[in-house]
Write a protein that binds this ligand. Structure first.
Ligand code: AMP
Ligand code: GLY
Length: 432
């Protein structure tokens, strides 16, 4: 079987790696890919938003299944384009992908279908924003409606923060049309959980749980990013919560989308906040999470290809899929200036030494080969993953790997998994 993966990040590198372990797969293509992906797949030069070009390539190359990594082509309708051409593709249609591409749609959808979600109101003007923020009180969360690469969410603690938000949403319009509508949402405290499920329009199969570290700096400080690290599984979850999330969030979402004529096939990613009162949806994504996927897929046993193909065909078949007991942790090496304006073009050294270490896997993201030299070319540069029999061992391996890697201005969090380790240690010390 021949597969095409669309995208160029560490998530796509992890997907390509898992497809290489799928026995039915003979050829893997990726567009546009990156130098790391090029070691495992044939890379095509087409950008992710060239929908007709990608459909033509899939047809010419006789691709059996195309897997879409990032949200942009999904929100532009790549799945509709492929469906129209009779090409098999894994992902939601443009209408179904609105669960991610419009936070207002997602919020109103949850409200219509009694899916637990944070309380929120939609505003379109400055005066309404000020009034609703006043009603909610501080802290409060503002979210630009449209896609903003994880950066359109602001948590306001004070009037000063509100003035800053008004400035970037309404005066400078940093998010363009994405902030024509803004959600004002209640601030929730608790533990965050990324929950992904493979959906075929009617049914869903949950992937292993993952914890994502979204803030730039240690101790969850600094701005929100696409994600600075992850580990799988998540520890300390209440018993049966996976089943509960499937029953109260994932299945009602699939049913509601079908009832509204937006059949949902693809990955449904729910970002949840867990608190004493249970869990609430903070966001939906319509694709694999990045960097959660890097940790999750390293734990997958069985054929990712046949799982995703069965979902794309509307015949979900998760038999043969299981999760290794091994723990995986992922630490992202980012460029100086990320997420605002990453500095690029620096030589990356040490990846081969890191890969020589036991239990270390590296997925490349913002990298480029220039005259045979690997250089940085984006904000998130590498996902360094460590595997081990315990979280401690997985983290030790990931950090031993990243310690070998160097590029000018390299930044990474030193506390990925530290909160989970503390939780595990506290549980052990409570054991009689
Ligand atoms: P989102 O893109 O909606 O997941 O938001 C990005 C991040 O902002 C989340 O991962 C949370 O850390 C934080 N966040 C979003 N919504 C809320 C909320 N209602 N309460 C507290 N934190 C939030
Ligand atoms: N790591 C969060 C996301 O993929 O949106």
């Amino acid at each position: 079987m021949r597969v095409l993966v669309i995208g160029s990040g560490a998530r796509e590198h992890a997907i390509v790696h898992a497809l290489r372990r799928s026995p039915e797969v003979s050829d893997v293509f990726c567009s546009p890919g990156n130098p790391g992906i090029a070691m495992a797949a044939d890379c095509l030069p087409l950008p992710v938003d060239d929908l007709p070009g990608l459909a033509e390539a899939a047809s010419d190359l006789q691709i059996d299944l195309t897997i879409v990594g990032p949200e942009l082509p999904l929100s532009l309708g790549i799945v509709d384009e492929f469906n129209n051409g009779g090409l098999r593709v894994f992902g939601p249609t443009r209408a179904a992908a609105e669960l991610e591409s419009s936070k207002v749609f997602a919020k109103e959808f949850c409200q219509r279908h009694q899916i637990p979600t944070a309380k929120a109101e939609v505003v379109r003007e400055e005066s309404a924003l000020r009034r609703v923020v006043e009603d909610f009180g501080f802290p409060v969360v503002l979210k630009a409606d449209g896609l903003a690469a994880g950066k359109g969410v602001l948590i306001l603690h004070s009037r000063e923060d509100l003035e800053h938000a008004v400035d970037i949403f309404f005066v400078k319009r940093n998010f363009g049309d994405a902030s024509d509508q803004i959600l004002v949402e209640e601030f929730l405290e608790g533990t965050e959980l990324s929950f992904m499920a493979v959906c075929d329009g009617k049914r869903a199969f949950p992937l292993a749980s993952a914890h994502d570290y979204k803030r730039l700096n240690d101790q969850d400080e600094g701005p929100n990013t696409g994600g600075m690290g992850s580990h799988s599984p998540v520890f300390g979850l209440p018993r049966g919560i996976g089943r509960d999330i499937m029953e109260k969030v994932i299945q009602p979402t699939i049913d509601g989308m079908a009832a509204e004529g937006r059949e949902y096939r693809g990955i449904l990613y729910a970002g949840l906040m867990l608190s004493g009162e249970g869990f609430k949806v903070l966001e939906f994504n319509c694709r694999f999470g990045d960097p959660e996927t890097q940790s999750v897929l390293l734990r997958l046993d069985g054929s990712l290809f046949s799982l995703l193909k069965s979902a794309a065909d509307g015949q979900l078949d998760p038999s043969g899929i299981s999760w290794r007991r091994e723990i995986v942790a992922c630490v992202v090496a980012a460029s100086a200036g990320y997420p605002r304006s990453p500095k690029k073009g620096f030589e990356i050294r040490g990846t081969a030494d890191a890969l020589d270490l036991p239990g270390v896997t590296i997925y490349q993201a913002g990298t480029r080969m220039v005259d045979g030299v690997l250089k940085t070319s984006g904000g998130r540069v590498l996902s360094v993953c460590g595997r081990g029999p315990s979280l401690e061992a997985a983290l030790e391996n990931a950090y031993a790997g990243i310690a070998k890697v160097r590029f000018e201005g390299m930044h990474f969090r030193r506390d990925i998994g530290a909160d989970s380790l503390a939780l595990l240690q506290a549980e052990q010390s409570n054991d009689p």
